[in-house]
Design a binder for this molecule. Structure first.
Ligand SMILES: [Zn+2]
Length: 635
């Protein structure tokens, strides 16, 4: 298919011209099925319009016309609920029933959603789970979620399933009387005005793909990511690791930006899933290991403020001792000043504290108000400066002169870079003495400086210096994360490192460069370059000590198949598709995601199912290989 290019002056178009153009191309694409410009160019004009007029009506008109919100949708495949386990024994018994590894994912507490795409990759309909066989049409609202592509690269009909959720950070920043993030998400999905729905900031985690030719759950996630989805975090675990995996989520639960109510385990191999089948209610190849919370009533007596590395002052409630999950609790998290206000919390209030897993319990709700109003702290408990109250957050802006923040920054740096031995107490001591004031000071530490401190022997001093020395060879992603820039966490750092693979290039990126990366929204795209610029001095100093390691898999490729690309269609009989792809990678070949002129080979497995890829490849003159030809090539 050949496309027209955009007019040379398109970059100077005003909002009206952009709207007219997007509307025209929508009709060509969705209704006439005859796009005249490439997806790339289409996305460029849509992005431009989004920037100039984020609330443009035209942005509501994406997707097929005529999908009526709220109408019943019959699911092509029943959306079954998951069987549940509450202990390791049940889980392990379940896991003896099949072969192969297990895939572990968090069970995100949102709204389950099915999204169907037609054989040309267009989003056709999105629906809630509903009764399991009939859901409710939510197409217009779902197609506005930033993680949901309205077109994907497929030549067969597919159904994508996942969880629509509201990030906790978004929920906490909302003013209103919503009970919890899940109810807010459910309400936003049923919102009649897609524009209002879009403003809520819903997100989507993909957890299943139905109807495509892959062999494993892991393949589904890879495929989903290639289509532009945000797959729910996932990894393979062996049977002896299931309890440890579950415990890890219990620990991390309060650090995640979404609520979870369990951990899901699935058989990774789809052939095993098929063999196990389903009962009338549950698939037999998956199980949800449920998290449990325990709550108890107590009385709030006092509030302490702790200072984070970013300067946020967060309230900690001191309560009458109460037993929760077998431990005596005297301190509970009150999240932030906004929560204290919205719950009208006062001293001597009777409250419900809830504990989930091993983490610090938090205030669940207020049973009876107390008798003494709470106020923001007059001074920062660490440095004594006057904090700034900004809406629901309170901040000490004394930064590098606030000991608690400096300790927080150093502690974050040490944790991310794997420098061990500098515990909280040592960091506080070193900061108080002025020996460590910035991460750069780790690399300037002298043995003699350390030996000046009480309780510091030669063995410990050498151990600490050895740890610092060992951190000097640092992967790029670790370096990025260690800077402590808001929004540049582990995932974003790894994505940047893989995409750009050079600190210089990353320091030169613009918000526009980032916006197009899957998983990076506009907000992240704007904040990261700004954060990097703010840390310019620290970065310049650190790189005089640190040897930043390039990303491993970005080594220049080598092998007999170098420069050749392969696309698979149909089912391979001698190896799985992912095995074939990793064999290819070893030999320097590349796996392609679609048929194009630049494709070297189309490998046809089960020829009967090759369909439109084969036709397209033949039309473009791409060489077609049988599985046997392909195997010969690998030898
Ligand atoms: Zn302070």
């Amino acid at each position: 298919m050949s496309f027209e290019s955009l007019p040379a002056d398109w970059a100077t178009w005003d909002v009206a011209q952009l709207e007219q153009s997007v509307r025209y191309h929508n009709r060509q694409y969705w209704d006439a099925n005859a796009p005249v410009i490439s997806d790339y160019d289409y996305d460029r004009i849509v992005e431009k319009l989004k920037r100039l007029r984020p609330d443009s009506e035209v942005l509501n008109e994406m997707g097929p016309s005529g999908a009526a919100a709220g109408e019943p949708v019959h699911h092509a495949h029943a959306m079954l609920s998951l069987d549940k386990a509450y202990d390791e024994k049940t889980l392990l018994h379940w896991a003896t029933k099949f072969n192969g590894d297990l895939v572990m994912t968090p069970k995100v507490d949102g709204v389950a959603c099915s999204i169907r795409y037609d054989a040309s990759g267009r989003l056709v309909v999105a629906a809630t789970r509903g009764s399991g066989s009939v859901g409710e049409n939510i197409t217009a609202n779902v197609s506005r979620i930033s993680d949901v592509p309205t077109r994907i690269d497929t030549d067969v009909e597919v159904e994508v399933r996942g969880e629509v959720y509201l990030p906790l950070s978004t929920f906490e920043s909302m003013k209103g009387d919503f009970a919890n993030p899940r109810n807010t998400a459910a309400g936003a999905l049923k919102q009649k005005d897609p524009d209002k729905s879009a403003r809520v900031g819903l997100r989507f985690f993909l957890y299943d793909v139905i109807g495509n030719v892959v062999d494993t759950e892991i393949d589904k996630f890879t495929l989903g990511a290639r289509w532009g989805f945000n797959p729910v975090e996932h990894r393979l675990v062996a049977r002896e690791q299931v309890q440890a995996g579950y415990d890890e989520y219990v620990e991390r639960r309060d650090d995640l930006d979404f609520e979870i109510d369990g951990v899901v385990f699935k058989a990774n191999r789809l052939d095993e899933q098929k063999r196990l089948g389903a009962t009338a209610h549950h698939p037999r190849y998956a199980i949800a290991y449920k998290l449990q919370g325990e709550s108890a009533q107590t009385v709030l007596r006092d509030v302490e403020w702790s200072v984070s590395r970013t300067g946020a002052l967060t309230p900690v409630g001191l309560v009458d001792p109460v037993s929760l999950s077998g431990a005596t609790v005297t301190r509970i998290s009150l999240h932030n000043w906004g929560l204290v206000q919205s719950k009208k919390l006062s001293l001597n209030a009777t409250v419900i504290a809830m504990r989930r897993g091993g983490v610090i319990p938090h205030l669940e709700h207020v049973v009876e108000p107390g008798d003494q109003m709470l106020f923001p702290p007059a001074t920062c408990p660490s440095c004594g400066s006057i904090p700034v109250v900004d809406g629901e957050f309170i901040e000490c802006r004394n930064r590098s002169a606030c000991p608690a923040q400096v300790v927080g920054v150093l502690s974050h740096f040490a944790k991310v870079t794997g420098i061990e031995g500098f515990g909280q107490v040592w960091l506080e001591t070193f900061v108080a003495a002025g020996v460590l004031m910035s991460p750069i000071d780790f690399y300037k530490l002298q043995r003699a400086d350390l030996l000046n401190f009480d309780r510091m022997g030669e063995t410990l001093a050498d151990k600490l210096l050895g740890q610092v020395e060992a951190s000097k060879a640092m992967p790029l992603a670790v370096f990025l994360q260690s800077l402590g820039i808001a929004d540049l966490g582990k995932t974003a750092s790894e994505t940047l490192a893989t995409q750009f693979n050079s600190l210089d290039r990353i320091r030169a990126i613009s918000a526009e460069d980032l916006e197009v990366i899957p998983g990076f929204g506009q907000l992240l795209a704007e904040r990261i370059p700004k954060g990097l610029a703010e840390q310019r001095q620290l970065i310049d100093q650190l790189i005089t000590f640190i040897d930043i390691q390039a990303v491993e898999n970005a080594d220049p490729p080598d092998g007999p198949l170098i420069g050749q690309s392969f696309l698979f269609t149909g089912t391979l009989t001698q190896m799985t598709r992912s095995e074939a792809q990793s064999r290819l990678a070893e030999l320097g070949g590349k796996a392609a995601s679609g048929v194009s002129k630049s494709l070297t080979y189309l490998v046809v497995g089960d020829a009967g199912r090759a369909g439109s890829k084969l036709a397209k490849a033949q039309k473009l003159g791409v060489r077609v290989l049988s599985e046997a030809d392909f195997m010969t090539l690998l030898e």
